[in-house]
Design a binder for this molecule. Structure first.
Ligand SMILES: Nc1ncnc2c1ncn2[C@@H]1O[C@H](COP(=O)(O)OP(=O)(O)OP(=O)(O)O)[C@@H](O)[C@H]1O
Ligand SMILES: [Mg+2]
Ligand SMILES: [Zn+2]
Length: 288
């Protein structure tokens, strides 16, 4: 029987082959030998920890940006609408190029916007969302901001609470400097603030007036009551005067816009926004 081999194997470090060091300790009558861990793989372990940390921060950064999408008002479906997954058809190419260039060039100093006009399902919301998503994708995220999101589920429930200081596992809306909302939802949001005793409708309105970039989706789809037109005018006129950009999407042509929204809104939008027309038919696919 050969036990020597076994002893020798146990006495050397399996990774570097160096002899393992022992330390003796005595507890009363008992004396024991402890192995001292070989530190040959310390550097490797440190590298591994660094790599893991960088991976965690990258993941946290991506999820923080989902928080920014939520804070912008970008719905789940629209979170995935990017320039990368938009394959422009003939009638969409110019709109695609203009919107992508706009997103690339956009800074907080940008004063002009876009008016994206086209038929149902022709990619207007996709392009409007892609603008916000592209700007969010390049926003710097601080390490401590990313850190809070490492263990969050990007598809998980959103914590809209005011006091959720720690929110492991739930997302929180983060400020992006942008808001995306359909004009119907915008009007409902203002209306519900009037009906609520906890909210000041002026505060809600100010949020949309003062944000750096407003994407107003589906303008003209709202019921054009005097009240609705007055609120829209208040919003658009404020941004017009403050040189704050609006990216608006609409099913209306410029002529129809005058009829539906009135000359004063249509004329301001024409002056603030570069007109972008889409002529493609609906690209909305049938649910499987
Ligand atoms: N060129 C394209 N490449 C990929 N997907 C596209 C393209 N054009 C449109 N789509 C998709 O088609 C669907 C309809 O587009 P979108 O919602 O942007 O239309 P819309 O113009 O906003 O319509 P509506 O006027 O009804 O609001 C979306 O799922 C969008 O992602
Ligand atoms: Mg749309
Ligand atoms: Zn070793």
């Amino acid at each position: 029987m050969n036990t020597v081999g076994i002893t020798e194997k146990a006495d050397v470090c399996p990774s570097c082959g160096k002899e393992i060091q022992f330390e003796s300790a005595t507890f009363g009558d008992l004396s024991r030998k402890f192995t001292i861990a070989c530190d040959c793989d310390r550097e490797e372990r440190e590298q591994e920890q660094k790599r893991k940390r960088a991976e965690d921060i990258e993941r946290g950064t991506a999820i923080f940006r989902v928080g920014m999408q939520i804070g912008t008002g970008i719905h789940k479906r629209q979170r995935k609408m990017t320039f990368d997954n938009f394959v422009p058809l003939d009638g969409q190419q110019e709109a695609f190029d203009t919107c992508r260039a706009y997103a690339e060039d956009w800074t907080e100093k940008t004063e002009h916007g876009l008016l994206i006009s086209g038929p149902v399902g022709s990619g207007k919301t996709h392009l409007g969302s892609a603008i916000c998503n592209a700007i969010i994708a390049r926003q710097p995220v601080k390490e401590y901001e990313a850190e809070r999101y490492i263990s969050c589920d990007p598809d998980g429930p959103v914590d809209y609470g005011e006091n959720g200081l720690y929110y492991s596992g739930s997302l929180r809306p983060e400020y992006s400097g942008m808001k995306l909302i359909s004009s119907v939802s915008f009007l409902n949001r203002i209306k519900s603030a009037y009906d609520s005793k906890d909210e000041d409708p002026e505060d809600i309105m100010d949020g949309y007036k003062e944000i750096k970039l407003l994407v107003l989706d589906d303008l003209g789809a709202e019921k054009a009551t005097d009240w609705a037109l007055e609120k829209l005018f208040d919003l658009i006129d404020f941004r017009y005067n403050e040189l704050l950009p609006i990216v608006a999407t609409t099913n209306l042509t410029t002529l129809e816009m005058k009829d539906v929204l009135g000359d004063r809104i249509a004329d301001r939008l024409r002056s603030m926004c570069k007109l972008v027309s889409i002529t493609a038919p609906s690209q909305r696919i049938t649910a499987k």
